[in-house]
Design a protein around this ligand. Sequence first.
Ligand SMILES: *Cc1c(COP(=O)(O)O)cnc(C)c1O
Length: 438
Amino acid sequence: MSASLQQRSLAAVWHPCTQMKHHETLPPVPVVSGEGPWLITENGQRLLDGISSWWVNLFGHCNPRINAALRDQLERLEHAMLAGFTHSPVVELSERLAALTDGALGHAFYASDGASATEIALKMSFHTWRNRGLPQKNRYLCLEDSYHGETIGALAVTDVALFQEAYAPLVRQADTVPSPDARRAASGESAAGCARRAVEALAALLAAEGERIAAFILEPLVQGAAGMAMYDPEYLRLARALCDRYQVHLICDEIAVGCGRTGTFFAHEQAGIRPDLLCLSKGLSGGYLPLSVVLCRDEIFRAFYDDDVRRGFLHSHSYTGNPLACRAALATLDIFDEDNVLAANRERAALLGRLLAETFSARAAVRHLRQRGMIAAFDIEEAPGDFARRFFAAALDAGALLRPLGNTVYFMPPYVMNEPELRALTQAAAYALDRALA
Ligand SMILES: *Cc1c(COP(=O)(O)O)cnc(C)c1O
């Protein structure tokens, strides 16, 4: 008998974010096709994709409109280098993203993944100050529990011990400031009050060290990989004012929270602010192709504009601005416009919230049921050590892809899940919770 896809995968593929030995008990799921919010496995099982395939898929798998745009692009141009050349998908995407920031962030620099966007934003910030005669501004600030990617540069601003520890000697660690995570509110304290308290440490650090700090990087409103830590927009308003006061760039990493995920197209909009640098990836291409972008203010762009090549931003990736990926992103933006997605998601999010409250709020083990737009989560008190893996396996049995972060169960469905599907997802989660805690 020939080896199964699972066996061949385990022999030849090194899977991400995985202790490969754990696959001895639960091998990887062989997926053969996708259809809207469903993934279909080799043996014909249909799985509801409750986490948008690692937060990337916005409008379902094999979306007919994105497929059509890609077929059209495929017949014209699959790729051309972006140094010295240009093409309409990258120009149009840059113009439309700038317009979505009301022109505040007028220049777009592309890469293929989120970690590279973080690297670009960090380098751009430091190099801006250097070009302005302030090379001593070469340190970064991030929030506790922050996640901005796992390349060696990005690990400097990723405060997750599990990802960071082994590589600590290689990394020039950034300074961390307390997270405004609303779960840390004192009794009787509002989320905004909690944010104001957290900002005091940021103010103190900037007062003492601001001259050496290039940028403060954060995920607006929701710290995703930290376990869907949600916080009040007040923190962003105060952080923006402090960054202005101490001449520190504010980098918003909206790789996870951008593209409508928190209810507005960009999460930072809910605070009425704009960052100096904005990182996007994940949902940007609708979950189709690797694509990331850093948007920056004109004044940052101008700091590099010179006759001297060394004052330029010489960073590059082979696939910078890939036309297919840009077309997928344009088709994704078209769907936002044509279907009035942000308005439809307000109802979808309200429904998800009701279903989760009905199903989970009375459960003894459930803590901090919370939601921001199309992200919802709760924590499990005193969960067993292998809770996340047990829950994941049980959810698969119940027909859903849900993959807790430690003790945090979360839901990040694509923006096409309808009521019966959201109900089925909730029921699968309830079944998985019973099994994982049994
Ligand atoms: C996923 C993620 C990244 C890293 O993106 P990759 O494409 O996985 O490198 C960075 N920041 C945030 C907030 C993310 O969620």
